[in-house]
Design a protein. Sequence first.
Length: 460
Amino acid sequence: MTRPTLPVRFTLVLATIGLLDQAQAQPSYRWQRVATGGPPARWDHTMTYDPLRQEVVMFGGDRGSTLADTWVWSGSGWSPRLVTGPLRRSRSAMVFDSARGEVILFGGSQMGTSFGEDTWAWDGTQWRQLQPGQTPPGRQSHALAYDAARGEVVLFGGSTRRSQFARDTWTWNGSFWRPHVPATNPPGRNEHAMVFDSVRGEVLMFGGATSSGTVDDTWAWDGTNWRELTPTTRPSARLIHSMFFDSTWDTTVVVGGQKPSSGNDVWWWDGSDWSRVGNPGPEPRSYRRHAVAFDAGQGRAVLFGGNGPGRDETWIYERLPSPWAYTAYGQSCGPDLTLSRASGSVPLLGQTLASELTNIPAGATGAFMGIGSSSQTIGPLQLPLMLDFMGMPSCWLHQNLLVIDPRVDLGGSGPAHVLAIPPRVAFAGAQVFLQAVVAVPGITPLGLITSNGAAVTIGE
């Protein structure tokens, strides 16, 4: 069987480009403001999700004077916890320590003057101050993340008395803080954000302010060393943003921050690249110095406050799954060569899409699958395009033929074509167009005929 010789690797690269061209075709999340009484307005507070008690915990912040109150979000409303705990503070950091079953809080700007170096634990009922023998230098505007792969809390950076842009790494194991001396260190910074990526098994850090200015870099911590990641696309440089891991969709999410443009833009990290996703609906009015925590029990994130007009507002972030579709369109030529979806196969992220060809003429010697990103135009020409000028009378081109994929099986023992769909969230909602071309000597002057087209929307 004679087939085109386009290298498969090159084919796959081009196919990826075609998908990326349409990657933001559909909105995939929404914000909803919750009309509920709750905490007073604030900014520079800290929040985390407690999966053991299935509630979001919020502490402190600033509203012209620093705060020392504790609130919990149950999934439908806020409740105060009238307890004694850490001193008034803002710009602290807090995370749930799964190994010990408690929330850990460290540092912050206490009473607006000092750099806190105290460690506190919240067990769902009360705060208790911990007394480790060694502790990181007091600081504010740092970040914490719980490293579930190694069962420890990770601290990086912030502002200390000695350095406005600290670059030290510490871990908490439930008994003591341990300093690390990694071979590679990110630039010192403050006002950055960190989360644990449970799919990749590493702590992810993005953005912040350094001695060189605001940055847009992405770093990963593997328990021993930091390494800088090199995504093709990245959010704009920013600080005082929020970041959380959406465990429902295995995606790290960055929200808002102080950056060149205003607004709560949302970015997704899928382990390989960042993707900005659009939102046609309302969004939180405060886009910096807010706090966000992902409520895994509800499968959605909770945002509260911020330095803006929505300082006392609660918003819910919810990911919207992109539906899949496989729709045949246009006409074929020859003996009604038909392209269709194989039974039981659906175009979902991380899966394979199988297509079938029926009414293949006897004497067929080969075939390829055309993959395109548009069914409207190919260069300056409108689609569908009649191919009689090529020696293919009554045949039509139904897509812009971005890729020629020779991996088409005419043997009949399985699907004619299989398209591997990468598990990248950037492809959710993307649309590609398929059309088969079969070689049959003598059937047309050129010896080729075309199938109908198929419009495929990638779902999740």
